[in-house]
Ligand binder design. Structure first.
Ligand SMILES: CC(C)(COP(=O)(O)OP(=O)(O)OC[C@H]1O[C@@H](n2cnc3c(N)ncnc32)[C@H](O)[C@@H]1OP(=O)(O)O)[C@@H](O)C(=O)NCCC(=O)NCCS
Length: 175
């Protein structure tokens, strides 16, 4: 099992087929999906499929979303990471690194989102030496916006996709 990052309280490791139940706790909860414009899933098979897709990205790009687990207990609390967006264009960008994260509701409000996101931004800029990291989000996703701003991402513009508005954020590698 490949571990990518360790923070004070978290381990960020490759997403494994065994994470399907944890993924179900995320993606079957409408509160988690509130700002994401996707419908709750209803079967474990849907989770197995999304894990396969992420693992395909590891193979293809050497990176993708990672599982976030508690250091103390190895409990799966969600996922976070950089995805190379190579199969679609978002806000006229392609082949860019998108920062994303999603946590099981009972783990919200304890600083895990920021702790994971900040470690990923550092890893992307300092270890992978990515020139820019992007993220986009629903403008009213206040919690996510706060995390991105605390990680140093700046608001660039609002754009429209499929009839919805999104904020585009980025951080440039100054080194
Ligand atoms: C958004 C999300 C990642 C936040 O994770 P979290 O672990 O609860 O966030 P943190 O505890 O690290 O909080 C970071 C900051 O955001 C603030 N914050 C978090 N959620 C908030 C909310 N719903 N409303 C207002 N502020 C919020 C915190 O107060 C904290 O600010 P501070 O450092 O100034 O005190 C989490 O709610 C989640 O997984 N949501 C569902 C998926 C999602 O929307 N992902 C992002 C897609 S763009």
């Amino acid at each position: 099992m490949k571990i990518f990052i360790e923070t004070k309280r978290l381990i960020l490791r490759e997403l494994l087929p065994a994470d399907a139940k944890g993924m179900f706790a995320l993606d079957s909860n409408p509160n988690v999906l509130q700002y994401l414009g996707i419908q709750p899933i209803t079967t474990l098979d849907e989770c197995r499929k999304s894990i396969r897709l992420v693992r395909d990205q590891y193979e293809r790009n050497g990176i993708g979303r990672w599982a976030v687990v508690l250091k103390d207990s190895y409990e799966f609390i969600g996922w976070a990471g950089l995805k190379l967006v190579d199969e679609m264009t978002i806000n006229q960008h392609r082949n860019h690194y998108d920062l994303g994260y999603r946590f099981i509701e009972r783990f919200w409000g304890q600083g895990y989102g920021y702790e994971a996101a900040q470690s990923i931004v550092n890893y992307g800029l300092n270890h992978l030496k990515i020139p820019k990291i992007h993220a986009y989000l629903a403008p009213n996703n206040i919690g996510s916006k706060r995390i991105l701003e605390k990680c140093g991402l700046k608001f660039i513009e609002t754009f429209e996709a499929d009839g919805e508005l999104f904020d585009w954020m980025e951080i440039e590698n100054k080194k």
